[in-house]
Ligand binder design. Structure first.
Ligand code: KMH
Ligand code: ZN
Length: 274
């Protein structure tokens, strides 16, 4: 699928307050509506964080199950649940996310400074999460915030074998304060260190969104966009909807002669059950 582009939308995240970004989807209804719009705009995967009734991040299992079911009923999108959660979430809650039986999940390959906080992913947690994805037949996407995490991914695969589905797909999360910068030379360094045969997406946080998008497309990678990562569409222009970020990514991908994969093509590509 080298000539096509997998587009993932990350619509909500755990860091932004609804009050600071009114377009952020925080209720199930808002999330489902966003998902439908983003699928129509060219997304194939949705990376999901959910909120509670007060719009605070939560990993409540019943809510996660309802979310997976509602997204499946309303869209064909591949549902990828975040196991990163918020920086304050306990490991047990993050592991339990898999019991909501998503198609896929994120799996971050190491601890990283995260602005003023620390996003904790010690080796023992990574291994436990990885084993559970293999047992429960959930396809992991390896989140890589810095070059050391690429080395940790290689070590994980060496010691614990292939992921469920047999294909390794990674996401370079660039431009987080404390992680690798969102620039072309960092992207190339990370891509060169990836496991042989792996596919990869990239997302640039904040103002690195567009430079990383162009660098990823030119280097043969795929794209992740969304309000989890970017709240400004252009200088002085807040993002009005996740769909406008997906529309732009799809347009740039088409312009690069790499049109978006639809969800069923993406399922095959990623080794996810039909
Ligand atoms: N919210 C960050 C602390 C993931 O979804 O797996 C972690 C994160 C990564 O967003
Ligand atoms: Zn996330």
């Amino acid at each position: 699928m080298g000539a096509m582009t997998l587009i993932t939308v990350a619509p909500t995240g755990a860091e932004t307050a609804k009050a600071d970004a009114p377009a952020l989807p925080v209720t199930l209804e808002e999330l489902v509506q966003t998902a439908k719009e983003c699928e129509a705009a060219g997304a194939a995967v949705i990376h999901v964080h959910i909120r509670d009734d007060a719009a605070r991040p939560t990993l409540d299992l019943a809510r996660l199950r309802d979310t997976v079911q509602a997204l499946r009923e309303a869209t064909g999108l591949i549902v990828q649940l975040s196991t990163g959660g918020a920086v304050t979430d306990p490991y047990e809650d993050r592991l339990r996310v898999l019991e909501a039986a998503p198609d896929g999940c994120s799996l971050t390959c190491g601890t990283v400074n995260f602005g003023d906080d620390v996003f904790m992913n010690p080796w023992s947690f990574m291994v436990e999460l990885y084993r559970r994805t293999q047992e429960l037949e959930i396809v992991p996407e390896f989140e890589l915030f810095d070059l050391g995490q690429v080395a940790a991914l290689n070590r994980l695969l060496d010691k614990h074998g292939a992921p469920y589905g047999g294909h390794v797909h990674c996401d370079l999360v660039m431009g987080v304060p404390g992680g690798m910068p969102g620039d072309t030379r960092s992207l190339v360094a990370a891509v060169e260190a990836l496991p042989a045969g792996a596919s990869w997406s990239a997302t640039g946080v904040g103002r690195t969104s567009l430079p990383v998008m162009y660098a990823a497309l030119s280097a043969g990678g795929h794209l992740r966009v969304g309000m989890e990562d970017t709240l400004t569409y252009a200088k002085g222009k807040p993002v009005r909807s996740n769909a406008e970020l997906v529309e732009r990514a799809a347009a740039v991908a088409r312009f690069a002669q790499r049109p978006p994969l639809d969800p069923s093509e993406a399922r095959e590509f990623l080794g996810i059950k039909p």
